[in-house]
Design a binder for this molecule. Structure first.
Ligand SMILES: [Mg+2]
Length: 176
């Protein structure tokens, strides 16, 4: 079994960057200056499932748009667990750990760019999408085959919950 799969057994919470992880990194600017991001519904379903299975989920992003909060509270993420304008991400990760009485070693962090390296180096299982910055790929212990915004969060959550027997969504039987 790969080393990262052994660690999946000990994971108790997830923390995600937004741009380039939960999106493909594209930010569109509307006529009136609003920033528009595209999210992946498969990632959304997995986040909802993780929360229902009892895993706290943190969103730690340098972004400041309130639409980020709206997107993730809709999926069940608590307002207090959404860290906007996070420049130094490590203090926010430690705050999240403190509030849930968790150790960083019990957390998966998925990031794609340089500000994510510090929390990735401290967490239990650093992961990244397939198109993460090379420096980030070097510190990741698991590189998803999926790119940012293309299901990498779904991949990481689904593997974790399945290995812990907590993935409770079953596909209907296929009729032949
Ligand atoms: Mg990013």
């Amino acid at each position: 079994m790969n080393h990262y799969k052994i660690k999946l057994h000990t994971i108790k919470a997830f923390a995600f960057d937004v741009d380039g992880v939960l999106t493909d990194g594209t930010v569109q600017v509307s006529e009136n200056g609003d920033l528009l991001r595209c999210y992946n519904a498969k990632d959304g379903l997995a986040i909802r499932e993780a929360i229902e299975a009892g895993f706290p989920v943190a969103i730690i992003t340098g972004g400041s748009s309130e639409t980020i909060t709206r997107r993730f509270t809709t999926l069940g993420v608590k307002n207090a667990d959404i860290y906007l304008r996070s420049r130094l991400k490590m203090p926010d990760l430690l705050d999240f750990c403190h509030r849930y009485d968790l150790q960083p070693s019990e957390i998966v962090f998925v990031g794609d760019d340089l500000p994510d390296i510090a929390p990735m180096q401290q967490c239990g299982l650093p992961c990244c999408p397939s198109d993460a910055a090379p420096e980030v790929q070097r510190v990741a212990q698991y590189i998803s085959p999926c790119p940012g915004g293309g299901g990498c969060v779904r991949d990481v959550i689904e593997q974790t919950l399945k290995i812990q027997g907590k993935w409770n969504i079953t596909a209907p039987p296929v009729s032949t």
